[in-house]
Design a protein around this ligand. Sequence first.
Ligand SMILES: Cc1ncc(COP(=O)(O)O)c(C=O)c1O
Length: 409
Amino acid sequence: MFVPYWRQNSAASAVLIPGWYRIGYELTQRLIPGLEKEIRTLHKLVGNAVIDGRYLVVGTGEMQLMMAAYSTVSMEAEGLPVNVVIPPPYYDAYERQVKTIKPGTVTWGMPSLTLQNTENWIPLEVVISPNNPDGSIRTGALKHPRTRTVYDHAYYWPHYTPITGPLDDDLMLFTLSKTTGHAGSRIGWAIIKDHEVYQKMQLFVVLNSVGVSHEAQLRAAQLLRSAREGYQKAKNVGLDGVPTDYAAQQLLFHFAHTKLRSRWDRMNQLFQASNRFLIAQDRDPKYCNFFKEIVRPGPAFAWIHCQREEDKSCLEIFKEAGIVARGGARASKASRPTKIVTSKDAHSSDCWQKAWPLNKAQIVKDIHSSDYGQKYQSNALEQICFQRNGKWPLSLAMPKTESKIYHPW
Ligand SMILES: Cc1ncc(COP(=O)(O)O)c(C=O)c1O
């Protein structure tokens, strides 16, 4: 979804890294100052998290920071078992992570019934909000007095959900993967209230990977900086435009929000024509403090239930139709739901509209024969694929000092 935006903003987002840049471990400076500044500034600009007076730990994505959180809680658990609990449906990579890596005293799921009501275990609840896969806004569910909570707010950005206020949880995780789309750069950050928790999280990152790639951090800094600069140039822009115009104005959140909105509109119209499928998601509009208007959430996933008894596996039904979806079994502990990734292009060189094979909608016969189905098919491949603009704006003037690297031309 984000590639066309970044293609249109190549110059503003590019980084040039000379060979001498931060060669060593840089033991005293884990988080490069430019990235720290941009993370703090962007959170303030968007208003999605309290950041003043909070500690920051950068990690190789949220996946590493979640490991750091397990390790932190298990260091403080004084030998008691720590059980990671997430009410379904959830982002199932965390389950696989705990089960495969088996960190410390940490195990997956509720403990045995005999232990559950005692104080002899520590629940570590992971609250993913907005949730993957169903986009729900969640708060902690566990009542156990020793519960420790990690908040994964990867999707609490204006493209996916209305920003209703700054979050102020004790331990919150965010990631570049969902903010700017750069999942491959492997940059996530934790916002932490407590100094000891901060130290333990940082220690994990140091012992696990001796910090985070300086190149990745620099790239992240430049990406966040370009997003921030776009909004500093243009104020109070409404949401009635089209994504390409917003990309031209360097307004990342407007671009991504309107892109997701149009995908959701199309999908809703299509699915409403049928009672075979149910999109089981709350998308009630709310006022967004960032956009300064009422908006509907545009989750990165559609969480779909197949309604007919005979449709035993939703995933298979979509697969037969050539529709790219992911099974919901692992996330929900049930075989029927499935999820469609609304935020993902089929592959980087194609566009989402092509991946959505409406011309193969025979499987959805009742949709196919509806008015919308017919109309849609004629526009199915309306041309919104990005064009490589061919201009790579580097005139490779090598910077001589670090302060110039950041934005070298
Ligand atoms: C809820 C949630 N948390 C974390 C991640 C992974 O984040 P990262 O790429 O920073 O490791 C994902 C990726 O899909 C996700 O959906």
